[in-house]
Design a protein around this ligand. Structure first.
Ligand code: ZN
Length: 214
């Protein structure tokens, strides 16, 4: 905890000055983020850091495994759904990114079993939202023999599953039909800092390069 408190102090004394004008404007005018960024709670995945974003740029949803439940999920997992509706219909972001990552513990648990906890029902039930991903990997990637390759397949398929589920939200359907919202599937490689984007034409994740990216 001391590390956290020291960090708060350093932010106030060393960093905040550089952001003062920006935060004052954001405080005065409210937020107007351009992107809803859905990624994993993993401590190594930092949306703002890897996209070099500033305060006010991204509306970030972090959950275990960057899972996007379909609109029909009405249990305790609907916080992600709430964030999607708010960002898309109230804040009116222009882009939605579902960003998976390498070495994802949630995808490992999805494929290999949930680690034991004292009250595992939440973790297990949450991961059940991504059960179709496990099924896809077991059937369409049956040729993959090693766990590492299977895990990568799950991590990537989970991003595509998230994109598919995004389209079950009426607010997203409306804005896609109006042509003023774009959906993106991204994949972040922890060890190299590389970001790959899913290209529907090639059905592959390709490195994000400068310039327009879809
Ligand atoms: Zn993860």
């Amino acid at each position: 905890m001391q590390k956290l408190i020291d960090g708060v102090h350093r932010f106030r004394t060393e960093s905040f000055g550089g952001y003062r004008a920006l935060f004052q404007r954001l405080s005065r005018e409210g937020q107007d983020p351009h992107t809803l960024f859905i990624t994993c709670s993993d401590s190594r995945v930092l949306a703002e850091l890897v996209t070099h974003s500033q305060p006010g740029d991204l509306f970030v949803v972090k959950n275990v495994g960057n899972i996007v439940p379909p609109v029909t999920a009405h249990d305790a997992s609907s916080s992600t759904g709430a964030a999607i509706e708010f960002a898309v219909e109230v804040l009116r972001v222009q882009d939605v990114v579902v960003c998976g990552h390498s070495q994802c513990g949630a995808m490992s648990a999805l494929m290999g079993g949930v680690p034991p906890t004292s009250a595992p029902q939440h973790l297990a039930r949450w991961l059940e939202h991504a059960a179709p991903v496990r099924q896809t990997v077991l059937t369409e990637y049956a040729h993959l023999k090693d766990d590492v390759a299977r895990q990568r397949a799950a991590e990537e398929e989970n991003v595509l599953f998230g994109l598919e589920n995004l389209t079950t939200y009426p607010g997203i359907q409306r804005r896609l039909a109006a042509g003023d919202l774009r959906l993106h599937g991204w994949f972040y490689h922890l060890a190299t800092g590389e970001l790959h984007a899913y290209a529907p034409e090639t059905r592959q994740f390709q490195e994000v390069v400068s310039g327009p990216v879809t």
